[in-house]
Design a protein around this ligand. Structure first.
Ligand code: AMP
Length: 125
């Protein structure tokens, strides 16, 4: 069920558990501010999720409460992950679902990185 992005942070959400290494993930990158791992149900040949290490429900929460260092660190990490995965020349797409209408399923901010094929139109009409 989609999450309400205005709810308080739930420290037991699945990505919080991945951050604490309580459940497994296929990690591809980690630094002080971010963790990246493969999406468990990929919808593109390359589908990686990047999450901030801090407790932020959504893009809205992070952009409002995140420190300048966390925001800069996270944005740089997304760029590094895509670059290191060889996605820049062929191209890639970023997506961050926020709240109910977007279909956000996990209440910890995550940016999807999709690559490996032509992505087609942004949204279906
Ligand atoms: P969203 O709909 O934007 O909230 O995306 C949630 C994403 O998390 C989906 O693409 C799921 O496939 C992915 N996902 C859910 N559980 C896991 C998990 N344990 N490990 C990796 N990806 C997951």
């Amino acid at each position: 069920m989609p999450v309400d992005a205005t709810q308080p942070y739930d420290p037991n959400n699945i990505f919080a558990k991945i951050l604490r290494d309580e459940i497994p993930s296929k990690r591809v990158y980690e630094d002080e501010f971010a963790l990246a791992f493969h999406d468990i149900n990929p919808v593109a040949p390359q589908h990686i999720l990047v999450i901030p290490k801090g407790p932020y429900v959504s893009w809205d929460d992070f952009s409002a409460r995140g420190s300048d260092a966390e925001i800069a660190g996270f944005v740089r990490a997304v760029g590094i992950v895509a670059r290191e995965a060889g996605m820049v020349a062929p191209g890639y797409r970023l997506l961050a679902n926020t709240g109910t209408d977007s279909g956000q399923e996990v209440p910890h901010l995550h940016v999807h990185i999709f690559a490996g094929r032509r992505m087609g139109p942004m949204l279906t009409r």
